[in-house]
Design a protein around this ligand. Structure first.
Ligand code: PEP
Ligand code: MG
Length: 565
């Protein structure tokens, strides 16, 4: 590479090279300034332009949602469009601009406030619910006017998004058709943002340092190499040539992996396992199928709850789960119940600020504390179970008593559905995540109550090694092959098999090919990984010979036994 090419180094996610222009992500600033204006007509024209763009964005959202989650979900955006066209709403904004000579953003804010108060005071729950619509629509207009979402939605050109950091909801909302890659100044490898990038096959480089954002990078031509974690600014001819050649080789490697489509996940000595895919949206089913995944080992259902202004209804959730089950056409689908809290936040949950959110009210704890949210999700899941092979999985279990409560709620929900004559499958399996040391240590008891285990190595590592997965400063203390974590997995596998239930791994460690042999020797039945890693893991499994006599932990620790490529 030419020495004069400016380069930033971070940690890469995925294996791809992206060529494009950098665009700075401006986080929507909810603060609106009051600005006195002189020309009311041109301010009103600004508002009308923003409205046209908002309507176009809503058209796109509506189309995408209709495709991915069905009519009921898409109807939200149609309602937003109607709100935008509402004559009283429009008159109010125009008259505030004209009478008070203020900027459009301020006029929208005042109108939204007045409308929200009016709706909030109504008795009818349907009209009350319009509070969220008016707020959402007004936020969208303000974002457009302040230019804070221009790089995500208004740009026609595909871009490389740059930010200080991205929240999981921001990463989930990225439009795959418009984003070539993203680069963040901060970020940690096991954060949900990094996981989402991997699952959604968006190349990324995280943790390039604050200096990067201090440069005038907006609009700069760049290349992101997510294999090495390098970001090259304005690369010269020679650098471009090398990177293009590297891209060609990567494409070739991926193409060769396609040969493994339709082949078995079988070791040299004949042991078969399942390789499933982790997904975060209905849309991801396509890449699970394209990569020949045998099922879905983890659908992070919380992403249905993020980036919106109110709880998804039972109907909306039902439509999404049904689409996933139908899409997977009878293959096993494990849907995890809501795992919100910690880094995954949605304003409308009104979660309290916590000192240690990873140790706080997240996941199953929140569901048990707010049973109405839990029951709505369970009803949607059971109803969808009639359309495929569904397993439901519960996150962050630490005690037998929690599982008892969960099973009781499931029974009540089933009874209620039967009473209402609503059909569901009686084959739904109920499993738990082993992602706390407590769950692994009492796995013998939990195994007698659950239908299956799935190890969440991301949280299991965080809680075992006492390293906050969101904190990049402690990443140096995270040893993903730490014997303590591996022993807990082995212990859980023994408990599972003693009770005749299956155990999978759905955390990121499941994709670490240097551990594949160790996991197979522990008796892990299923590995669930990002869709585009399915064939890579199949390749690793097919190169393993379990007839050699070593213990799983020896395999994990002795690189001579490792099969990683
Ligand atoms: C895990 O903790 O390993 C896991 C799969 O769940 P999440 O990453 O969503 O917390
Ligand atoms: Mg977890």
């Amino acid at each position: 590479m030419g020495t004069d090419v400016k380069k930033y180094q971070g940690v890469g996610i995925g294996e791809a090279i992206a060529f494009g222009r950098l665009r700075l992500f401006h986080r929507p600033d909810r603060h609106v300034n009051y600005i006195h204006i002189a020309d009311a007509e041109s301010e009103a024209a600004r508002f009308r332009q923003a409205k046209t763009l908002a309507l176009r964005q809503l058209d796109e959202l509506c189309e995408r949602t209709l495709r991915d989650a069905g009519e009921e979900s898409a109807a939200i955006f149609t309602a937003h469009q109607l709100m935008l066209e509402d004559a009283v709403y429009n008159d109010s904004i125009h008259s505030i601009i004209r009478d008070q000579l203020v900027n459009a953003e301020y006029a929208i804010l005042c109108t939204a406030k007045a409308f929200a108060e009016k709706f909030e005071a109504m008795e009818d729950p349907c009209l009350k619910a319009r509070t969220a619509d008016v707020q959402d629509v007004s936020d969208r207009l303000i974002r457009i006017l302040s230019g804070s979402d221009s790089c995500l939605t208004a740009s026609e050109e595909k871009i490389i998004l740059c930010a200080d950091d991205l929240t999981p909801s921001e990463a989930a909302a990225l439009d795959r058709d418009k984003i070539l890659a993203f680069v963040t100044a901060k970020g940690s490898l096991s954060s949900h943002t990094a996981i989402l990038a991997r699952n959604r096959n968006i190349p990324a480089v995280i943790g390039v340092g604050e200096e990067f954002l201090r440069e005038q990078i907006d609009g700069t031509k760049a290349v992101v190499d997510s294999c090495t974690g390098e970001v090259f600014l304005e690369p010269d001819e020679a650098a471009l040539k090398k990177l293009l050649e590297k891209q060609r080789l990567l494409t070739e490697k991926k193409y060769l992996l396609q040969e493994l489509r339709g082949r078995e996940n079988i070791t040299l000595d004949g042991k078969k396992i399942d390789i499933y895919a982790n997904i975060g949206s209905v849309e991801d089913v396509k890449s699970a199928l394209a990569n020949d995944a045998g099922g879905i080992g983890l659908f992070r259902s919380e992403f249905l709850y993020l980036e919106r202004s109110d709880y998804p209804s039972e109907e909306e959730q039902f439509a999404a789960y049904k689409k996933v089950l139908e899409g997977m056409a009878g293959r096993q689908v494990i849907i995890r119940t809501l795992d919100i809290g910690a880094d995954k936040q949605a304003d409308y949950f009104h979660l309290k600020q916590e000192e240690n959110p990873a140790l706080g009210c997240r996941a199953i704890r929140l569901c048990l504390m707010r049973p109405e949210i839990f029951r709505t999700q369970l009803r949607a899941l059971y109803r969808a179970s009639a359309y495929g092979s569904l397993s439901i999985m519960f996150p962050m279990i630490t005690a037998v008593s929690e599982l008892e409560k969960i099973l009781a709620v499931c029974d009540e929900v089933k009874k209620e559905l039967r009473r209402q004559g609503i059909h569901f499958s009686d084959q739904v399996k109920l499993g738990i995540m082993i992602e706390t040391p407590a769950a692994a240590l009492i796995s013998d008891k939990l195994a007698s109550m659950a239908d299956f285990f799935s190890v969440g190595t991301n949280d299991l590592t965080q809680y075992t090694l006492a390293c906050d997965r969101q904190n990049p400063d402690v990443e140096q203390f995270v040893d993903p092959h730490h014997e303590a974590v591996l022993r807990l997995i082995e212990m859980s596998a023994e408990s599972a098999h003693r009770h005749g239930i299956r155990i999978g791994i759905c955390g990121e460690l499941g994709a670490d090919t240097t551990l594949t042999e160790a996991f197979l020797r522990m008796g892990i039945d299923e590995l669930s990984v990002s869709p585009d890693l399915v064939l890579r893991i199949r390749q690793a499994v097919r190169g393993i010979d379990l007839s050699k006599t070593v213990t799983p932990l020896q395999t994990a620790q002795n690189p001579a036994y490792n099969t990683g490529s």
